[in-house]
Design a protein. Structure first.
Length: 138
């Protein structure tokens, strides 16, 4: 299964409902920063930048929409790895070492997947999200 197919399946199952809510909150909270970012992009490109593209590029630059929740989710993944390794090795593990190994091996990919998930959720509801900002900017 490709990553896109996985995203579609997870979205359809409701796994990203929290991201949907967090994304709208993030956009409202950061509306002025996104507007300034959009203006900077327009200035650099020498042409208009759509609200949709400004939001995507801003998210890709910031790489987070709810740091607290994202850290909690990442810690949950680390705890799963600790449990799995403890089961494999009969309970005798160094929790700190397993956490460090997980961070070295999986954290960058986990973060990339999270950002991709946010962009995917945005794409599924882009009209709603762009209209939120367009209303705030008027």
């Amino acid at each position: 299964m490709t990553e896109l197919e996985t995203l579609k399946k997870e979205f359809a199952s409701g796994k990203y409902r929290v991201i949907e809510k967090d994304l709208e909150t993030f956009l409202v909270k950061n509306a002025e920063s996104i507007k300034k970012f959009k203006e900077q992009v327009r200035s650099k490109l020498g042409r208009e930048c759509s609200t949709e593209m400004a939001i995507k590029w801003y998210i890709l630059q910031i790489r987070s929409i709810n740091p607290t929740d994202e850290i909690k989710s990442e810690l949950d993944e680390i705890e799963k790895e600790i449990w799995y390794r403890a089961e494999q090795e009969g309970g005798r593990i160094d929790r700190s070492k397993v956490a460090e190994e997980w961070c070295m091996r999986h954290a960058p990919g986990w973060r990339d997947h999270r950002v991709l998930s946010i962009i995917f959720v945005f794409d599924q509801n882009k009209e709603r999200y762009t209209s939120v900002l367009d209303k705030l900017w008027k």
